[in-house]
Design a protein around this ligand. Structure first.
Ligand code: NAD
Length: 663
């Protein structure tokens, strides 16, 4: 038979439907006749109804309750309370409004009647968290505990579904942590398991009818019991982490609870097997953490911290804060373990019941930091920062995915072969970067031009330095088969003034989809060249219509595409690299509208503004040349930015010399 102690918190609870009608009677029951009604701006209409029921007792109203109970808001409300000579507060709203009522009670001893509209549970705890100058402090006292709570199922019916889901999981977290708290006892356990069961049942039925009274009754009843658990049992890692995420990283309260809960449960699972077994039983599942995660997914709740704008680099600081001071928790609190937990929560992973025990003492974090420390002496601080972050992410990748020795060896072999197959004309490493979308990411970061300039696109692996200098009107196809293409483009600045003498490198594939550098037998270079714009910024030349083509698939990148079921095709396009003294270099591609693979380009290079008409024509060409059959015409105006209006991070180097060489 277990021995235990249990301290009940003396509060009166009225539970039911339409119970807010009893608010006047409850205030009078406490012996009060001048009431200050508290609310936040989103529940003002409910507060109006409550005020109406209070009738002459309603002495004043304050609608400014805010998240995390800021002290300056409390001081303004205090002034209203004093002016109205109110002897009681009636709070209508979520945990934030309850927090304001508690803050007023802590300062004046005023009695509180709370009408909760969320499932936060604060109304039955003697705890108050307040923020001042960005710092949140928490205190507990019997004076803070509200005297009366009126739970009205009708009021909670209008809580929007997304808020309902996160608020109910927030409540579930109180019950989960109570089960493995050092303060746990049979009374707390009973309330906690009943709370989890009711909350889960309510959540599962919510989508079918969010306004169903039985569903809402289960959720509100569960939230009350969970709040009682929070009031009597000390909380562990989950509440500590959520406090940190809300306080230091400004993450929204109940969504943060929702994302983190399954991962803290997974972290604690091995150290609190009995609590997890009982939770799993109540949920009718084999594994408690995954059951909670699946329930959240089923209800459409949030699962990833990154969705709230939290940066991955901040996880280390969050883990630092979580282990800064000791507190009771079933599993040992290790920095690397908590960092792993946070990484899973950040990515939105489903907890894996068979995964390595994150709470087990590991030395990986120390190892990572040892490696990072070796870069501190780097003279180039940018190099230091890039390498430090790369190492942290590589180690994190290995930990998060429990990378095996065989997988690591396969990756090393892949990268080795990618390097070995590369030559000055076969750039497999660039191709890898292209097919992983990295080249496009860097392109966007480096060349995010003003909306007035032509969008950029990746350079690709087939550019060759120093292409042959050609005169205007040259046919770069040199008689290769294909549909003739007449190109007539201009280069202007952002005010549409022509840029004369601009160096324009062009290159493209042949009709079979090969670049000259891929065909060793070809007497090249062909389908590439370097032109200069005329005094009107204009350039005209002949070529052939580009066709779609596969990127090389006979190397490691091709194997990666095959292994992931991806096709290797690039949408048909013509490359341009435009340079002019005093202007920002433009690397781009023009894509054939209506061409194949426009929507699934293998290197993620297509941008809407670069998809243009290659217009079908018949008859004589503009330069008077006779063309048998049809030909295509490409007209386009490139707009490039002056150097003063756009500073590149890392410009290509080619054209400085090219400017001198071009005819
Ligand atoms: P909240 O009170 O800030 O409400 C969240 C949002 O929901 C707000 O925008 C609110 O206006 C809106 N809302 C509330 N009821 C609504 C309804 N019926 N319909 C439409 N919108 C509605 O947030 P919360 O999650 O209820 O409470 C979180 C706060 O409570 C945090 O500051 C937390 O620290 C505190 N809290 C304290 C304790 C404690 O014991 N001291 C316990 C739990 C929570």
């Amino acid at each position: 038979m277990p021995s235990f102690s249990y301290t009940a918190h003396p509060a009166r609870v009225v539970f039911g439907t339409g119970t807010f009608d009893q608010v006047r009677a409850e205030a009078e029951r406490l012996g009060h006749h001048r009431v200050l009604v508290l609310a936040d701006p989103h529940v003002g209409d409910v507060a109006d109804r409550v005020e109406k029921v209070l009738g002459p007792l309603a002495a004043a109203r304050f609608d400014g309750a805010a998240m995390h109970t800021p002290v300056d808001v409390t001081e303004r409300a205090l002034e209203v309370l004093r002016q109205a000579q109110a002897d009681c507060v009636v709070a209508v709203g979520g945990g934030s409004t309850t927090g304001l009522a508690k803050a007023l009670a802590a300062r004046t001893g005023v009695d509180q009647v709370i009408l909760p509209t969320t499932y936060a549970g604060s109304e039955v705890t003697p705890v108050l968290g307040e923020t001042e100058n960005g710092v949140k402090t928490t205190r507990s006292s019997p004076d803070i505990l509200p005297e009366t709570v009126i739970y009205d199922v009708e009021l909670s019916r209008r809580l929007p579904v997304p808020l309902t889901v996160t608020s109910a999981v927030n409540a579930m977290a109180h019950a989960v942590e109570a089960l493995y708290s050092p303060d746990a006892n049979p009374v707390v356990d009973g309330m906690a398991l009943e709370a989890i069961g009711r909350l889960a049942r309510g959540l599962r039925r919510l989508a079918a009818d969010p306004a169903d009274l039985d569903t809402r009754s289960d959720l509100l009843h569960g939230a009350w019991l969970a709040g009682m658990c929070l009031g009597v049992a000390g909380m562990g890692l989950h509440h500590k982490l959520c406090h940190t995420l809300g306080g230091s990283f400004d993450l929204p309260h109940s969504p943060a609870h929702t994302v983190v809960l399954p991962h803290v449960m997974a972290y604690n699972a091995a150290a609190a097997p009995e609590a997890m077994r009982r939770i799993a039983d109540v949920l009718g599942a084999a594994d408690a953490p995954t059951a909670v995660f699946d329930l959240i997914v089923e209800c459409g709740g949030p699962t990833a911290l990154r969705r709230f704008g939290m940066r991955e680099v901040d996880l280390v600081r969050a883990a630092d804060l979580a282990v800064a001071t000791p507190y009771p928790n079933p599993a040992a609190l290790t920095h690397e373990g908590i960092l792993g937990l946070l990484r899973h929560a950040w990515h939105g992973d489903r907890p894996d019941p068979a995964a390595v025990d994150l709470a087990a003492p590991l030395s990986i974090h120390r190892l990572t930091e040892q490696v990072v420390a070796t870069f501190t002496g780097a003279a180039d601080t940018r190099l230091r920062d890039l390498l430090s972050d790369l190492v942290r992410r590589l180690h994190g990748f290995a930990v998060d995915n429990a990378l095996t020795q065989a997988e690591w060896a396969r990756g090393v072999d892949f990268l080795t072969r990618t390097g070995q197959i590369s030559t000055p004309t076969r750039q497999e490493v660039v191709l890898l970067s292209d097919t992983l979308g990295l080249s496009s990411v860097v392109d966007v970061l480096t060349n995010s031009r003003t909306p007035d300039t032509t969008p950029s696109a990746v350079l690709g692996p087939f550019y060759v330095e120093g292409p042959p200098a050609l005169a205007q009107d040259t046919d770069v196809s040199q008689g290769l088969p294909g549909i003739p293409l007449y190109v007539d483009v201009t280069v202007t600045d952002t005010d549409d003034r022509p840029v004369a003498g601009a160096v324009v490198d062009i290159w493209q594939s042949n009709d079979d989809g090969f670049y000259d550098v891929q065909l060793p037998d070809l007497d090249g270079p062909v389908l590439r060249g370097r032109f200069r714009t005329d005094p009107h910024g204009r350039l005209r030349f002949w070529s052939i219509l580009p066709s779609e083509y596969p990127i090389p698939t006979d190397g490691p990148v091709g194997q990666m595409l095959a292994a992931t079921g991806r096709h290797p095709y690039r949408a048909p396009h013509l490359h341009f690299l435009i340079s002019a003294e005093g202007y920002q270099q433009l690397i781009t591609q023009l894509f054939v509208r209506g061409g194949s693979y426009i929507d699934s380009d293998a290197v993620f290079g297509v941008k809407d503004d670069l998809v243009v008409d290659f217009v079908p024509r018949t008859g004589p060409a503009p330069d008077g040349r006779k063309r048998d059959g049809g030909w295509r015409e490409l007209r386009y105006a490139f707009r490039i930015a002056q150097q003063s209006t756009f500073s590149p991070i890392s410009p290509m180097t080619t054209p400085a010399t090219a400017l001198k060489e071009a005819p």
